[in-house]
Write a protein that binds this ligand. Structure first.
Ligand SMILES: *[C@@H]1O[C@H](CO)[C@@H](O)[C@H](O)[C@H]1NC(C)=O
Ligand SMILES: *[C@@H]1O[C@H](CO)[C@@H](O)[C@H](O)[C@H]1NC(C)=O
Ligand SMILES: *[C@@H]1O[C@H](CO)[C@@H](O)[C@H](O)[C@H]1NC(C)=O
Ligand SMILES: *[C@@H]1O[C@H](CO)[C@@H](O)[C@H](O)[C@H]1NC(C)=O
Ligand SMILES: CC(=O)N[C@H]1CO[C@H](CO)[C@@H](O)[C@@H]1O
Length: 205
């Protein structure tokens, strides 16, 4: 997990599936379906490009996902729970939010913990909305079934600059407090690495 947080910038390589060989429904948000037929080039990432970025999350490939996030991203996690607040540093977001949450879950190897269910906007619009479905089991057996809406602002280079993430606060609160520590600090501004079972000892970058 720690090594997956090593933020290496990788080049954006869109894989365009051959239209003839795939079976797609209107609600299928996979890269294969959203990239075929080819979408016109747009100012901001189109649905094909957005689905590839979010495909990394479905693969559990945080390194690749984070390579598409600005180092100075403004990421607000909405709600009232241990991870809520505004993060303005990608590393701190990755360790204090993404890693803390994923550490409460049982190993998800071979599964799709965070699936893209819908993209709204993007293309010639600076903002898009992704609906995501997080499904898993916490280390204590708690069923983790969370629906997210991430309101996302993109750069013209396809990098995420800003996010407002809406989610089930009560579930995140339970996942963290029942699987990590009974105590936590609530903070509106997340600008330091948090001490704690998973925050402490984590290296930045
Ligand atoms: C979506 O399309 C892909 C590519 O054809 C296919 O592999 C996948 O099974 C489809 N998913 C669903 C939920 O229909
Ligand atoms: C993560 O994605 C990158 C970019 O596509 C790829 O080079 C790398 O092999 C992936 N890592 C894993 C563990 O799949
Ligand atoms: C981050 O974005 C929020 C709006 O979502 C804004 O209120 C806040 O001032 C921004 N913070 C920084 C440091 O840019
Ligand atoms: C983000 O925070 C880490 C850990 O404190 C720090 O090493 C890094 O320089 C910060 N990055 C930016 C872009 O401020
Ligand atoms: C703080 C806490 O209760 N953590 C628990 C989370 O779940 C695992 C697996 O059941 C326990 O070992 C931890 O004690």
């Amino acid at each position: 997990m720690r090594s997956s947080l090593i933020l290496t910038l990788t080049s954006f390589s869109a894989s365009i599936a051959a239209a003839a060989s795939i079976q797609c429904s209107a609600t299928n948000q996979t890269t294969a379906c959203l990239c075929a037929p080819n979408q016109a080039k747009t100012t901001y990432p189109n649905k094909c490009q957005i689905s590839e970025v979010f495909g990394y999350l479905a693969d559990g490939n945080f390194t690749a996902f984070l390579s598409k996030v600005s180092p100075t991203v403004n990421w607000t996690i909405m709600g009232t729970h241990p991870l809520a607040g505004t993060y303005t540093n990608r590393t701190i977001f990755a360790i204090d939010a993404l890693q803390r949450l994923s550490n409460t879950l049982q190993s998800t190897a071979g599964t799709t913990p965070l699936t893209l269910t819908q993209i709204i906007g993007g293309g010639d619009e600076e903002w898009s909305v992704q609906e995501l479905h997080g499904l898993g089991t916490c280390k204590n057996g708690l069923k983790y079934d969370n629906r997210f809406a991430w309101i996302t602002r993109w750069s013209t280079e396809g990098i995420i600059l800003q996010v407002r993430a809406y989610l089930d606060s009560a579930l995140v609160h339970r996942a963290i407090t029942e699987n990590e520590s009974k105590e936590y600090l609530y903070s509106d501004q997340r600008d330091v690495l948090q001490a704690g079972p998973s925050g402490i000892g984590c290296t930045s970058n």
